[in-house]
Design a protein around this ligand. Structure first.
Ligand code: FPP
Length: 261
């Protein structure tokens, strides 16, 4: 059934127009999909273009995947847009990416709001430019009551940095006598993470061939399924996304227990 649903869904299709998506069985979908959008640079180089052209093309893919999530009634999508380590890239590329995030918000906010998407950003956003911080705050505020896809963009995000901040906060609370170390629970840890309020990640998708987590959502992916593809992010289609979901549904998720199948 899933194959039928996604077959014929081409790169430029507007997923929201596909009534056949209604056929999907909602309770089989992952609650939370996290995507490492890798391979923009390789895609561009392969086309004889400069690396930044790959990031630009990557925005189009992202737009289509968010639309597909909306059409599927997905609960949460989190994408890795810029890591705490990405500052090591050449200045020009970093500047290009920051401008791209800003342009993306400016251009897409209206449509995402209309699509009932709830936008959030995680990571050390307070270190971004004042202009981008304002756009982020506005996007969060404007879409805060939306009940559709919870779409989270990780910018200046690192999983280890997030865990470090959580430990520092709980240690400070303990020092102030608010909690005893032995009283700390998994729920209290989760309440300090940037992703508080989101379900655990069910499925991680990484494009472009590398098979690693690269410091993305280290706590939240404890029991996630992983799906890797050699396709570069700009070439990743809603149909490829559908294949990942289809394969996810066939996995036997035991969470350390025994198979129910
Ligand atoms: C990894 O590809 C991609 C990034 C570091 C940037 C991701 C950004 C986008 C997809 C742009 C759209 C995002 C938003 C939120 C508007 P790479 O450059 O590491 O590729 P390579 O491994 O082939 O060099």
């Amino acid at each position: 059934m899933w194959k039928k649903i996604f077959s014929g869904m081409q790169k430029n299709d507007d997923a929201s127009d596909k009534s056949y998506l209604d056929e999907l069985v909602q309770d089989q979908l992952p609650q939370h999909v996290a995507i490492i959008m890798d391979g923009n640079g390789r895609w561009a180089t392969g086309q004889g273009l400069i690396r930044t052209a790959g990031h630009k093309a990557g925005v189009k893919t992202l737009k289509r995947i968010v639309k597909t999530c909306t059409a599927l009634g997905m609960n949460a999508l989190t994408v890795y847009a810029f890591s705490t380590e990405n500052w090591k890239r050449p200045h020009a590329e970093v500047d290009f990416l920051m401008n791209l995030f800003s342009e993306y918000l400016a251009k897409e906010i209206d449509e995402m709001d209309q699509d009932n998407v709830k936008i959030d950003f995680i990571g050390r956003t307070w270190e971004l430019s004042k202009g981008l911080q304002k756009q982020i705050a506005d996007a969060r505020h404007r879409t805060r009551d939306n009940t559709g896809v919870k779409f989270t963009v990780a910018v200046n995000y690192g999983g280890q940095d997030e865990l470090l901040r959580m430990v520092q906060e709980l240690a400070a609370q303990s020092q102030r006598g608010m909690i005893k170390p032995e009283e700390i629970t998994a729920e209290m840890i989760e309440a300090q993470l940037d992703t508080y309020g989101l379900p655990p990640v069910d499925l991680v998708i990484r494009t472009s061939g590398d098979m690693r987590l690269s410091n993305f959502l280290l706590w939240q992916t404890a029991y996630a399924e992983f799906w890797f593809t050699d396709i570069n992010w700009p070439d990743f289609t809603p149909e490829d996304f559908g294949r990942a979901l289809y394969e996810y549904c066939r996995r036997d998720r035991r969470f350390g227990g025994l198979s129910k199948k």
